[in-house]
Design a protein around this ligand. Sequence first.
Ligand code: AHR
Length: 661
Amino acid sequence: MKRLFFALAALSSVLCATAQSVPHKFDVNTRKAGAEIASTMYGIFFEDVNFAADGGLYAELVKNRSFEFPDHYMGWKVYGNVQLKDDGPFERNPHYVRLAYSGHDHRRTGLDNDGFTGIGYKEGAEYRFSVWARVPEGGEGVFKVLLCENYSQDLNQHFSQATIKIDSKEWKKYQVVLKSTKRTDKGFLRVILDKESAVVDLEHISLFPVDTWKGRENGLRKDLAEALYDLKPGVLRFPGGCIVEGVDLDTRYQWKNSVGAVENRPLNENKWNYSFSHRLFPDYFQSYGLGFYEYFVLAEDLGAEPLPVLNAGMACQFQNKELRDNKAHASLAQLQPYIDDAFDLIEFANGDPQKSEWAKLRADMGHPEPFNLKYLAIGNEQWGDIYVENLKIFVEQLRKRYPHIKIVGGAGSAPSGKRFSHLWPEMTKLGVDLVDEHFYRNEEWFLASGTRYDNYDRKGPKVFAGEYACHGKGKKWNHFHASLLEAAFLTGVERNADIVTMATYAPLFANINAWTWRPDMIWFDNLRSFRSCTWYFHQLFTHNKGTNVLELTWNGKPVAGTEGQEGLFASAVIDKTTNEIIVKIVNTSDKAQRILLNLNGLSKKPHEGVLTTYRADDIDGENSLDNPTKYTPQSSAIVIDSPNFEVEIAAKSFAMYKIKK
Ligand code: AHR
């Protein structure tokens, strides 16, 4: 058995330069379980950036389905006799289209939608088309719904079709399921009026795959939701990010607009449509089809604590240098509605439907049981006195009315500097429960930050590493090396689990045809998706976070890539539920390293375990749509004969030893 183990350990060094002759000695104290690791420790942060919601996780395939974009036909091509009307059945989305005979049999009336960079159809898959319709002048309305491949004026481009007949002067919802007979990622949807049809009004034209996550209507794209589920996240932070702030207060995310009937959720601008001049997406809006109810349900599906972020009465500070401008900042006198939004959200999530209108709405939407909300973040990347003043009032009022809700305050947009140093003591004074830190930093920063949390004040608020990502050199984005350095950093988070209780990478999703920000954890196009190396590292930590920290030292010091530590990072935990010791080691150096791992306190008899390694033949390599599993962790069974055993960790690689106690 021992031989088997050493054979496996040796395997992990295939790519390595020669290791040093005397092994480094790592001591793990398995006798004393240290700080508890929060169930929320590793989670996910969802924001509708990079077409992550509309055009991504939210499975709707039609863009501008309610004709509410400022350019009402954006996303559509209309032809024949089509009129835009604005007295529709949904007061917050009043526009719709009227289709009538063109006056000539050969001039057809209809409209096409080309989705979000095209519509993806899978061969054999079913698609649910739905529409609100009426025949305003009576008679029989008849139109065809066609699934089409590649835009063309040639009507024969369709490969699936259905006919819908409208029989009422009143608005009603009609739907039909079509089976696709082709696979295409650049398809489109065509709605075309029959020559003999009466005049027809159409509103909220929608197309979803039937096979959504858990088969829900108005549901989520299955492969993308599965990628979240497979992470086993402990917390889900939503809905942003900068979109919570908005370019101005009018365009901030307003959760109340994101609940109730989807047809009546008003459109909002998405601030990521023009945040970066080199990545402009003037067609990027928020339909709110994926709204707060859906986020809470998703958190429940994932087994994650929901963590909504609410606006603190401040628009994006990057885009509004002068916050005193009324549109960018609510004065103290104007703040109460923002606080009331927080109260109402807590009622929506946790309240009794008999006593609260917001809880009743939750029940009416299909969830009579509370969502058990425990955390609430106020503000995203805010800074300065205005934020502190506003947050103070939120905290005072929230503490009085909902003392059990844990409040998350922010530390600005950077992990150090003037704003950060101003905010942390203020957060401690305000007595928030957690402080949200953001760090999009380069490789050097990640290499140098292994001890970041070792000396944090243990008496103040806990830390939420709310947005982190290593931005690699030379326009390298989701390459293995950046992800490896994030893993190195996470060992420091794990070692400090008494103070850091949440960590979430950002951004989560990116549409490969329409991204604004990278790197990102999960990439997709209209039909395919892939999980980056960061995803796999995050999963390794999430699935193996254990229940308690164990002390791991090298010459009496934590292993955090500090001077003389040869680029090594490590953490150890025990999982009391499975009785396993889990040691994670990251070798960021370019040589193999031999380590004598002393699991002090483990009995001398053989112990079974699993060795998982993660490395890449090319550290600048990454997974891709064409090769989604090019770099994945590899696991194999091991048996150790002694609690003190030698291992060799390949250059630029991760190794995890999971040993049954
Ligand atoms: O994750 C992308 C953006 O980065 C978030 O919206 C914001 O909080 C940060 O600046």
